[in-house]
Ligand binder design. Structure first.
Ligand code: HEM
Length: 189
């Protein structure tokens, strides 16, 4: 994945657990040769997965918890790292934003030419609920999507309740989430 993702993982770990813990995690992941990640460079996915696995060992946390925390962190991280306008342009409510997310990644792909973005499809079941279909070329990132949705809920001051109803890791074609959210009014953020 692009270095931006690995940088965000580093940033989150340093912020919550300190620089020393980050160095320990980086060593455990056998990445001591990398001095720093370059946001716009494409790295092997293996590096990201190794970082998550090492963080699990060092912090004594499950991968699901780390990925959820990371998903939530990503929403504020990208907003602060130069992608605020892009986030703004994707909509000011959870429903609209999720509809526009594939467009957002397509725009990201204009500068990140090797991007392999996820794909999201929303079926709006009622005014306050949707079925979200998540498709990816990668395995194991459904917990990150749950964290991302919580991060977006905070961004839009919208309460979200998420239940995963279909699991790719259990053989389903793709992951599906059933999401209930409080009727959101448009917010100028
Ligand atoms: C402006 C904000 C954002 C930027 C700049 C951005 C950019 C990226 C980048 C660079 C990757 C790595 C993919 C690769 O290297 O091939 C990625 C992955 C991903 N993004 Fe975004 N993204 C943004 C917002 C979001 C939001 C709000 C969501 C909410 C659901 C999201 C969902 C994901 C997921 C789930 C992945 C993991 C890749 C996969 O599933 O295969 N992104 N994004």
């Amino acid at each position: 994945m692009y270095g931006l993702v690995n940088k965000a993982i580093q940033d989150m770990i340093c912020k919550y657990h300190g620089e020393d813990t980050w160095e320990t995690i980086k060593e455990k992941a056998e990445l001591e040769d990398i001095d720093f990640f370059i946001g716009m460079d494409a790295y092997s996915d293996d590096i990201t997965y190794r970082l998550v696995a090492a963080a699990c060992e060092v912090l004594g946390m499950e991968a699901d918890e780390i990925l959820k925390a990371f998903g939530e962190y990503w929403v504020t991280y990208t907003a602060e790292e130069g992608y605020g306008e892009l986030l703004d342009s994707a909509g000011n409510s959870l429903g609209k934003f999720m509809e526009n997310l594939d467009n957002l990644h397509a725009r990201v792909g204009l500068s990140f030419s090797e991007l392999r973005p996820p794909s999201f499809d929303c079926e709006h079941t009622t005014e306050n609920s949707m079925e979200l279909h998540y498709q990816s070329t990668r395995q194991g990132l459904a917990p990150m999507v749950i964290g991302l949705l919580h991060g977006l809920g905070k961004r839009f001051h919208t309460k979200v309740d998420i239940t995963q109803t279909s699991f790719r890791e259990q053989g389903a074609d793709h992951d599906i989430f059933s999401i209930e959210y409080e009727d959101s009014q448009d917010h100028d953020q």
